[in-house]
Design a protein around this ligand. Structure first.
Ligand code: AMP
Length: 281
């Protein structure tokens, strides 16, 4: 496995690989890798000749009061995990390599990115679409794998790829959870044991919604009320949103859900740790 930090070196390598007819798969990450990330690598390895994992804590997707500086950066452990998972190249640039002085171009998806995360983190998706567009131009992958854990991100990236004619296939990987249901996330590292136990109510609320749907419930207001009620019983957990949206457009579903097409998305603070999770209903 080789680690590359320069844009020009990565572009030259991709060019060579493409000339050789190799199929390049990209797994973009912000590092602090966990089994969820590695499940994306596994999916990529089934269809790629060459797997590139990018590790880049992208400053433009963090708001001014968010956790950019304290975001975990265990690079050595991440490189070891990539090597063990059979990754061929890690692209791990410094921020100044991606955003040199005077950088001024951004990619903005203006519809799907508006609600949910977009409403509570106004410039978040502008940062995500910009860095992913740049990664696609730098790594030139044939396909790229994203997790359903970040459902809105996947929907926004899909739209960006379609609207801007990127020749990159987007593959969606299911959410990996801990045995007790907590969705794996790099931010789980911030949780104390007590907070972690409280955080479980998020996945429990989602599970309750899927059970209600399996039992025949279709009404959006009832599903949201029950999930909100469950979370409300936990003192440390504060709901940012509990929404039921179309899984592709992120538009709020009114009245009744369409099984398989609707998604319950939850964002909540567990004390000062912001977590998101979702389930397709
Ligand atoms: P991040 O490092 O948080 O930017 O995540 C990098 C990629 O891993 C994104 O496509 C995420 O959706 C995906 N991912 C994060 N957590 C999980 C998980 N628990 N299961 C599956 N994919 C995940």
């Amino acid at each position: 496995m080789q680690t590359i930090t320069s844009v020009s070196e990565m572009q030259a390598l991709s060019e060579r690989l493409r000339m050789q007819g190799q199929r390049i798969g990209l797994v973009p990450t912000m590092g602090a890798l966990h089994e969820g990330h590695l499940s994306l690598v596994k999916i990529a390895s089934d269809i790629a000749d060459v797997i590139v994992v990018s590790i880049f804590v992208n400053p433009t997707q963090f708001g001014p009061s968010e956790d950019f500086t304290k975001y975990p950066r265990p690079l050595e452990a991440d490189l070891a995990a990539c090597e063990a998972a059979g990754v061929d190249y890690v692209f791990a640039p410094e921020p100044g390599e991606i955003y040199p002085k005077g950088y001024s171009t951004f990619v903005v998806e203006e519809y799907i990115a508006k609600p949910l995360e977009g409403a509570s983190r106004p410039s978040h998706f502008r940062g995500v679409t910009t860095v992913v567009a740049k990664l696609f131009n730098i790594v030139r992958p044939h396909f790229s794998v994203f997790g359903q854990k970040d459902a809105q991100q996947v929907a926004v990236i899909h739209k960006m790829v379609a609207d801007l004619n990127f020749a990159v296939e987007i593959i969606i990987a299911p959410t990996l959870r801990e045995a007790d249901g907590l969705a794996m996330s790099s931010r789980n590292r911030y949780l104390t044991n007590t907070q972690r136990v409280e955080a479980l109510v998020i996945s429990r609320a989602l599970r309750k919604a899927t059970e209600m749907v399996a039992g025949g419930e279709r009404r959006v207001d009832r599903l949201i009320a029950e999930a909100t009620h469950l979370i409300g019983q936990h003192r440390r957990v504060r709901v940012i949103y509990v929404s039921i949206v179309d899984r592709l457009t992120m538009e709020a579903v009114k009245g009744e859900i369409t099984p398989g097409k609707s998604l319950m998305a939850i964002a909540a603070w567990v004390d000062e740790v912001r977590l998101i999770d979702n389930e397709i209903l």
